[in-house]
Design a protein around this ligand. Structure first.
Ligand code: NDP
Ligand code: 2IT
Length: 447
């Protein structure tokens, strides 16, 4: 960062949000890449928009008390950040993971504002969650926790106010329990209040697949620009959750050889190509460890280390697990082993240093807020179907998702070209989304 007022603003963000390193990272990345815009359009620096954009409109922090199967009272923390409503109702997922704290929720909420702007749909930015750890909990405990969480959250959300969805640790099962409790407390069957619902009570087809499929549609565009495609490419995917599974599925469908994935305990490498039906059974149905893969495929190799994934040679790397998984060492390792495309299915998996390394070594890089926007975009399509009280077919939703991902790529690429750094999709995405958001904020006055 060279511009003095940006430096001062960033210093202020750091001192107002002490120790919130993930939030600082997200803000720094955006401010950094907006500099070329401000050189051409300095009006934004004096508009007051930047000072407001880094400050959430509202941050809700609440106690969640529930009783476990042993009759013991447990207390967790719940959060919802309602970051920016200039473009529409707050929209963004809920994360249940022990690492959840204000810095995590704020970085995710901040990113979400820009991501949602890129989709072109009328959605503001929000995020929420809890430090509740769903691992090892019974179905009854998950249900009671979700009910306790919603017993506070319900007063803050609504189809035209704030529309949560899933994120890590929150899938269709949790959304079902949350929705049931919302309905009971509010006495309203307002389907548009949550997305990621099951199909039989207002969910959208393709929402389950959307983030992974969308990521692969985005990478198809990146490859096309270099006159390449997925056929025969070696791909590695971190994680083995919702985003990873459907990224693997679509990449395989397009002819890629996906050789490795992981979970928080370790990495699986299967040189013959991953058996996705087995991964779905282990992770979606049995909720077990990825290591079980080797019980069925003894030829596959298991490393008891998640970051071993990044030692596997590949053409394309898709980090789809969590923030911070690609530090400079992993970036260098990927490059050394011949990786030429990296696209982020997870939110903020790459450190700033790693991103800089990719950009300066000609590794074509697709940043999270563009590459993983397919999930929230399809949530937007679910909201549309709920308002219409209609269900679109799988093909119709998939086509719309595909068109949105293509359109996000074009925006990011054309903006990168316009600001004379054609392969910098980080800058392209940040400038394009900032302009949409900032113009809406300016039009609505100082609030
Ligand atoms: P899930 O909870 O379904 O899956 C998360 C996966 O990541 C699990 O396999 C988990 O393993 C693994 N994981 C967690 N920590 C690590 C780690 N340190 N190293 C390796 N693997 C790890 O979450 P999602 O798939 O929904 O979300 C994944 C990422 O994608 C998150 O960053 C999320 O914010 C982002 N995202 C999600 C969207 C969605 O629609 N769901 C939309 C856009 C982005 P384990 O089972 O061991 O915990
Ligand atoms: O990070 C994300 O974009 C999500 N977890 C999806 C949010 C949503 O509202 O579908």
């Amino acid at each position: 960062m060279k511009n003095l007022s940006l430096i001062q603003l960033f210093e202020q963000v750091k001192s107002r949000n002490p120790y919130e390193t993930e939030f600082h990272h997200a803000v720094e990345e955006v401010l950094n890449s907006l500099e070329p815009l401000f050189e051409v359009e300095p009006k934004w620096l004096k508009s007051g928009v930047l000072e407001r954009i880094v400050e959430p409109e509202r941050l809700i922090h609440f106690r969640v008390s529930w009783v476990d199967d042993g009759g013991i009272v447990r207390v967790n923390r719940g959060f919802r950040v309602q970051f920016n409503s200039a473009l529409g109702p707050y929209k963004g997922g809920l994360r249940f993971h022990p690492s959840v704290r204000p810095s995590i929720i704020k970085f995710l909420g901040f990113e979400q504002c820009f991501k949602n702007a890129l989709t072109g749909l009328p959605m503001g930015g929000g995020k929420g969650g809890s430090d509740f750890d769903p691992k090892g909990k019974s179905d009854g405990e998950i249900m009671r926790f979700c009910q306790a969480f919603m017993s506070e959250l319900y007063r803050h959300i609504g189809s035209d106010i704030d529309v949560p969805a899933g994120d890590m640790g929150v899938g269709a099962r949790e959304i079902g329990y949350l929705y049931g409790m919302y309905k009971k407390l509010s006495n309203v069957h307002a389907q548009g209040v949550l997305t990621g619902k099951s199909i039989n009570y207002g969910g959208s087809l393709v929402r389950t697949q959307a983030t992974g499929y969308g990521l692969v549609y985005f990478v198809e565009n990146m490859l096309k620009d270099k006159n390449e495609d997925f056929k025969g490419k070696r791909v590695i995917v971190s994680g083995s959750g919702n985003v990873s599974i459907y990224a693997i599925e679509k990449a395989q469908e397009l002819g890629a050889l996906v050789v490795a994935c992981s979970d928080s305990n370790g990495t699986i490498v299967d040189e013959r190509g991953l058996d996705l039906a087995l991964i779905k059974e282990i992770k979606e149905i049995k909720r077990e460890r990825i290591q079980r893969y080797c019980d069925v495929h003894p030829n596959a190799i298991y490393h008891a280390d998640s970051s071993a994934l990044y030692d596997v040679a590949c053409d394309i790397a898709l980090p789809c697990a969590t923030q911070g998984e690609i530090q400079i060492e992993q970036a260098q390792q990927l490059f050394k082993n011949g990786c030429r495309f990296v696209a982020e299915g997870a939110n903020m998996p790459s450190s700033l240093e790693a991103i800089q390394f990719f950009l300066s070594n000609d590794v074509y890089f697709g940043p999270a807020k563009a590459a993983n926007a397919g999930g929230v975009a399809t949530s937007g399509l679910e909201m549309s179907q709920n308002s219409l009280r209609l269900n679109w077919t799988f093909e119709e939703v998939d086509q719309r998702l595909h068109a949105i991902m293509d359109q996000i790529y074009v925006q990011a690429k054309q903006t990168a070209i316009a600001y004379k750094d054609p392969n910098n999709l980080v800058m392209g995405s940040n400038i394009a989304s900032f302009k949409r958001l900032a113009e809406a904020m300016l039009a609505q006055g100082v609030l």
